[in-house]
Design a binder for this molecule. Structure first.
Ligand code: NAP
Ligand code: F7E
Length: 340
């Protein structure tokens, strides 16, 4: 029988890529989904098979990280070999508006899941979706597994709490529990409320005549942006090791938000000064100015290496958004050689 994985947050960007990869590796994949009045399964639609079909390997279950009874029942029912806890209120700006809810989904939710596993007696390997945001007000120019956390948002503080909780369950109960500390990772499946996708989608829609302008906040922050499917592969690698440990996953390259902006507009042959407007609503009460990860440990122990770099990432996201806006990217974007 194949291995069994449970993914919380399967309907999100990372959950959808991870589900694809685990199915391709022969796993039976179970996903926790929230009840919603509209469809929230768009990112995994292409993986979904009617449950009445024999041998179906993707199964979705209603539940919520804030409903511990559903977690406990699910763990006991499916007895997973691996659990990937990706569910969260994951938007940093929104976490200032909804700090309690953010902390509930991240700290209380993660604790509920760990406790459900502990109480069940099932001993799956456990992955926790930690974040570079935990480093916050950094003093070092690059961050690795030894860098102290100085969180700057309710989101980041909650992720630090969940990170600590995972360590407690590892030390206290011997659970194979791993914290990934993942730097920003993006893709055409990124929600358009995060800055990279907001920019590429905005550029494509301006090109298509669907929007007149793009409203943004702070352009001076620096982020280490990688390509999401490569990061979900790193999650899986962490759970295949002999011993549980924590790992940074990053490209080691950092860019300002305005560089991303400039690159995307330039690819479309547009002058960003004409279209980009400032809106203070997108500023945060506290900002993280610089993130740049050192993933040496992941490279050495997991054999993990990022392959998609900044310029390629901007292009692939912009191409996808052009197609979504009804444009042919080969016609409307500068060719690769011209933009290299
Ligand atoms: P995402 O696209 O925002 O997806 C979040 C997922 O969590 C969605 O499936 C969402 O369900 C689900 N969810 C939210 N609250 C829930 C709850 N109370 N119970 C059950 N499910 C809930 O996030 P992502 O970019 O894929 O990131 C995955 C994880 O990695 C998150 O924990 C995020 O904080 C963390 N992370 C992300 C990055 C990054 O750059 N992407 C970097 C570091 C860490 P709905 O679809 O129903 O909303
Ligand atoms: O912001 C600036 C903003 O929201 C990046 C999440 O996946 O990665 C993500 O968090 C930067 C910030 O991502 C807008 O102020 C300017 O400096 O795309 P973002 P994030 O906050 O880095 C980490 C690793 C996670 O763990 C999180 O879950 O861009 N910025 N103007 C803007 N940001 C947004 N969203 N919208 C703007 O209009």
């Amino acid at each position: 029988m194949g291995r069994v994985a449970l993914i919380t947050g399967i309907t999100g960007q990372d959950g959808s890529y991870l589900a694809e990869q685990l199915l391709a590796r022969g796993y039976d994949v179970h996903g926790l989904i929230r009840r919603s009045s509209s469809f929230n399964t768009g990112r995994i639609e292409h993986l979904y098979v009617d449950p009445h079909v024999e041998g179906v390997r993707l199964k979705l279950h209603y539940g919520d990280l804030l409903d511990s009874s559903s977690l406990r029942r699910l763990i006991e029912e499916i007895r997973p070999d691996e659990v990937y806890n990706l569910a969260a209120q994951s938007h940093v700006r929104v976490s200032f508006d909804m700090p309690e809810y953010t902390a509930d989904t991240i700290v209380v939710g993660t604790t509920a899941l760990l406790e459900a596993i502990h109480q069940s007696g099932v001993k799956p390997r456990f992955y926790q979706a930690g974040s570079s945001e935990m480093y916050g007000a950094v003093l070092e120019s690059t961050q690795d597994e030894t860098t102290p956390f100085r969180p700057q948002s309710p989101y980041a503080a909650a992720k630090v709490g969940a990170h600590a909780m995972v360590r407690v369950y590892r030390e206290a109960y011997g659970l194979f529990a791993v914290n990934g500390v993942l730097f920003n990772h993006e893709s055409p499946r990124r929600s358009p409320t995060f800055v990279t996708r907001k920019i590429t989608r905005g550029v494509a829609r301006i090109l298509a005549g669907l929007e007149p302008a793009l409203f943004l906040g702070n352009l001076d922050a620096q982020r280490d942006w990688g390509y999401a499917p490569e990061y979900t592969d790193a999650m899986w690698r962490m759970l295949q090791q002999d011993e549980p440990d924590d790992y940074v996953v990053a490209t080691g390259e950092t860019h300002h938000v305005y560089e991303f902006l400039h690159e995307a507009f330039a690819l479309a042959g547009l002058d960003h000064d004409e279209y980009v407007k400032f809106d203070a609503a997108y500023l945060r009460p506290a900002e993280v100015d610089l993130l740049c990860g050192d993933a040496s440990k992941a490279r050495e122990r997991l054999g993990w290496e990022p392959t998609t770099r900044f310029h390629e990432l901007v292009r692939l996201m912009l191409e996808a958004d052009c197609r979504e806006a009804g444009l042919d990217p080969d016609t409307v974007l500068r060719p690769v050689e011209a933009s290299a």
